[in-house]
Every structure is written in structure tokens, then in C-alpha cells.
Unconditional design. Sequence first.
Length: 380
Amino acid sequence: MEPNDHAAPQMLFDRAALLSSRPVYWTVQPDDARKHAGCVAGLLQWCLQLPDVQLGIDPKGMGLIVRSVYYKQEKTFSSDEDRWLDRVGAREAEVVAWPTDPERFGEQATLFLSHLERAADAPGDYVWISHAEATDWASKSGACLEEYGSLFAANTRTEAPFLGLFVRHRCTLFSRFDATLLDAIQCWLDELEPSRQQRLKGMLAWHGITETSLQQLPQPLYWSWRIVEFGASRGNLICTPLLALWNYWPASRRWAPPPPEGTSAPPASSAEQTAHLLEEGLWKQLETLFAILRMSFGIGVAEPEFAGHEARPPVFYFAASLSPPSRPEAYLSQDRKALHTLVRTCLGSEDPTSAEVAWAVAERDLVGLRREMVTPGSFQ
């Protein structure tokens, strides 16, 4: 017998998050590669000027740079240092020795090794560094990305082999969201040439993004942004910036540094409140705000065409129930109201059991629902 709707307790949620990526091809033309590098480095450096922004670096990339420096300087590691590097994944067999590494990173090699010693105890975590180190890292990484473009001129058939160089600079920006970010973005837009400035400010207005609308979002909110993130597909090198938006301080040290004392969990919310936060707040307001910031630095979006439709990047929504059912099927019985609300709002489907919604279970307790959105000109 189905439980009585009026007798069943309302399902409540606490943690909610959204993840999106808007990839862009890193072309083989050296001039274009230098332009891409300047745009990515400029955005990274601009973000580091915001209050309280922190930067975490992938220890594997840091370790590969240290190995390159030592290789070019013909220096050897102690057994402990070699073990730290192996622990974080920076193995000698993966080193791509770059000619300017000693000049650019030689003075930081000892400091990097001290970071890697600590990282070796938790090799999956990112290394969260001081603001001064972060500023230096951003500047030097931008210069490296620009230099790597020179390799493309000699090998225009495929960029994929150079992925090992680019991943050395993988890093994550993290900060608590504050509505004053809009002021900083608008001040930056004021420095652009008039036509771009007008177009981007028009996009803010069209999407209804104002300081008032942002102040109305429930707090606290946090953002993590992997601007320097790369992958390869069919011989193409692709920049895949990952933006994650959270209503809680993420536990993974790949996305955020250790939280300060007193950081509290988000309050309990209904399915309606959680769905509204995910769709109206995180997706339509914050993700759009960061997308416009990215465009202001000249970083485009790759939307390849397939069967006459533009392929748009996926969007991932996450909601955590305070009291999840013991079996995933229960979402369709006693918890169906909450499920219907989330699916209707975030996936645009009136029926979570229809053929347009696919189900899966991961890690035994994570239920995943997937829907493809098809319009006359695109699919997502």
C-alpha cells in the first residue's frame, strides 16, 4: 500500500551544489594559443585580486615541475623527496622537461618540496598556498601556457601529446560568494571597449542579475573554479574550466581548503526551496554571472555541431537529503513529492519515471537522474 501523502513526513535537504563546464578548443595556431593563454592567465590573476580568494594547486603538477627543474639542473633527489613525488603521482616517467622551468621555478623548488612533503600524506588533496605564492604561480603559469603554444607550430596535426605540459598548472580558486562580486565585475567591464562593455552589461540586465537579486540568495554560498583545467579529445587539446557552486563548504580538499573553525552546516530546506536555489539561484544567477565574467576575458565556448544540433555542455545538480531512504526505489514511493519537485524544476520533466529520464546508482547511496534536453537547434 502506498503511504498516505498527508501522513508522510516532508523530505528535507541541506547540501546543494551545481557543477558546469564550458569547454573551449586550444587551437594549434601559435598566435591563437598565446591569445588563449593570455585570457586564461588574465582571468586567474583578476580573480586573485578579489577579497579572501584562495588558490589550491594539484600536487602532481607541482611535483612534475620540480622534477623538470632538477632534471634540467642535473640535480638528484633524496630518497624521501623521491618518495613524496611518487606519492602525489609526479613519477619520473611522466616528466616533460621544459627549458625555462629552472629559470622560472628554480627558486621555488625547495618551497614546492616542502608543500609536497605535507601533500604526500594525502595525495588526493590540493596544496593550498599563500596569496603571495598564488599570485606568483598565476603569473608564471600564464607565461608557461603561452610558451607551450610554440610547440604547436611544429606539430599541427595533433595537440594531445602536449597535455602532460598543460596539466602541470591545474589549480582551483575558492571563495565565499558575496554580492559585491557584481560591483567588481561591473568595474572591470567599464575598462573594456564600449561595444563589448555594452553587450556584456546588456547580458547582465537581460538575465536580471542585480546586486539586489544576488543579495536575496540564501547564504552562505561558495564557489570553486578550476580555470586552468585541460583534457584531450581526438587529438584536440581542450580547456575545460570547471565551475562548482555550493551552499556548504565542500569537504574535498581538491575543491576547497580546510574550513575555518565555526563553519556551520547549511539549514534544512524543503524540496521546493532546494530546487529553487539550484535552478533560479545557482544556475540562472551565479553560473550566468561567472560565464559573463569569463566572456569578458575573451574565453569562448566550444559548441560543436552534431546531426544539425549544437552540443551544449552538461549541467550537474546535487541535492543531499537529511534522511535519505535506505533503498533508491523509495524515492518513487514515500519521497516522490520531493523527487518530482527536483526533477520538474532542474531537469524539466514532469515524470521522473518516463523514458526521457535515465536512472543509475553509484557508490550504493548516490542516485543519479539524467535527461537530454533537445531543442530544434541544440541538445544538452
